[in-house]
Design a protein around this ligand. Structure first.
Ligand SMILES: *Cc1c(COP(=O)(O)O)cnc(C)c1O
Length: 373
């Protein structure tokens, strides 16, 4: 599986075959709901264009991004049959760009709804949208008070063709959390009061809460990219990201020698140190300093010293010398050391590890043939 590293300090290999297989696995959990995809933040750092193209081939037709800008960049990569939804809705004053670029807003407030309704009136045509309701996360969507304003005004959504009512779960990765049922009930109650529409509630973790949470469409992101959807359980998904850093040089240090900025590591005996060309500027988080473990072949290798902007230092004393040449590759993220595991040591979540992945990597995509539904 080793790729030539070329001039870059590290190689990021993205397995589109694994994304496809994860998509099929998630779809197999659904009875009648459709499986969409969250491809915001460049598909969690892995490349929205390539990933969306592969997902479209697998039958995915609903793509979610956060920003209008992301939707505009993605649009040329997807056929018209694909809907691209912008979860932040329109930036104030940019509503018409949604029509120009064939993207659909998620309307999150009275203000966004009124602006979309005005545009529909101006254009004399029905305009599609998703309307998001806040069912307890207090982040995005119409508040209960705003829903009251809707109910009080029969013309509130005139000219808006509501494709889905949407909400988002705050605690879905924790299957024991009572919040999941509370949000589900609140969503169902709101749906009963509002004009009849299709609905979408579940992210990746929400899919694993069972069919009550699936409604008409699910919106997984993390699970497509191999992150674990259920806290505390084995991950049924395939890893997608493989990050290999390149050794620049190695040295032997005597007992009592400090390593890296502020010399936060000091050897207690003779050690061999390898310097690898990946640092916090590449998204290899500084919080991994003296905490991370990476792999050379099957040998776990501890990170020693502070992570620098462009380098990280490893204690490679247990590694065979013939594996320690300049240009040799070290597995930073791999099946043995997943983004979730790296995240745990960095004190964060796998989402942040993936979305932090840097721009200096040489990127490779590997793929397997499509298996459309
Ligand atoms: C990011 C996001 C998703 C996807 O969430 P995952 O946990 O990555 O599956 C779905 N819906 C909304 C509203 C989101 O913001």
């Amino acid at each position: 599986m080793q790729q030539p590293a070329g001039r870059a300090g590290a190689i990021l290999t993205i397995d589109l075959g694994a994304v496809r297989s994860n998509y099929r696995f998630l779809r197999s959990k659904l009875v009648s709901a459709q499986c969409g995809a969250a491809v915001k933040a460049d598909s969690y750092g892995l490349g929205a264009a390539r990933i969306s193209e592969a997902l479209f081939e697998e039958g995915c037709r609903h793509f979610f991004v956060a920003h209008l800008e992301e939707a505009i960049a993605l649009r040329p990569h997807l056929p018209e049959a694909a809907s691209i939804y912008v979860m932040h809705g329109s930036p104030v004053g940019y509503e018409a760009e949604f029509l120009e670029h064939g993207c659909i807003p998620v309307l999150n407030s009275c203000q966004q709804i009124l602006a979309w309704r005005d545009l529909a009136q101006e254009k004399q045509q029905e305009l599609p949208a998703i309307i998001q309701l806040d069912t307890g996360m207090s982040r995005m969507g119409m508040s209960p008070t705003e829903v009251q304003a809707w109910l009080a005004d029969p013309g509130f959504i005139d000219g808006i063709q509501v494709q889905y009512l949407m909400s988002h779960l705050a605690c879905a990765e924790n299957q024991q959390s009572p919040v999941n049922q509370q949000q589900l009930q609140s969503f169902q109650a709101l749906r009963r009061q509002l004009p009849q529409s299709r609905a979408t509630l579940a992210n990746s973790s929400g899919i694993f809460l069972g069919p009550d949470f699936h409604f008409d469409l699910v919106r997984p992101g993390a699970a497509l990219y191999g992150l674990t959807p259920v806290a505390g359980e084995d991950n049924p998904l395939q890893p997608v990201a493989h990050l290999q850093g390149k050794i620049i040089q190695t040295r032997e240090i005597a007992a009592g020698t400090g390593v890296g900025y502020s010399l936060t590591y000091r050897s207690t005996q003779v050690r061999r140190i390898a310097t690898v060309a990946v640092g916090y500027a590449d998204g290899w988080l500084r919080s991994l300093s003296n905490r991370g473990t990476v792999f050379i072949g099957d040998t776990p290798v501890p990170m020693v010293g502070n992570v620098s902007m462009d380098t990280v230092t490893l204690d490679v004393s247990d590694v065979a010398l013939e594996l320690l040449y300049p240009g040799a590759l070290v597995d930073l993220i791999s099946a043995k050391n997943t983004a979730d595991q790296v995240a745990e040591r960095a004190g964060t979540i796998g989402y942040e590890i993936l979305t932090s992945l840097g721009l200096r990597y040489q990127r490779h995509y590997i793929d397997t043939p499509a298996q459309p539904a």
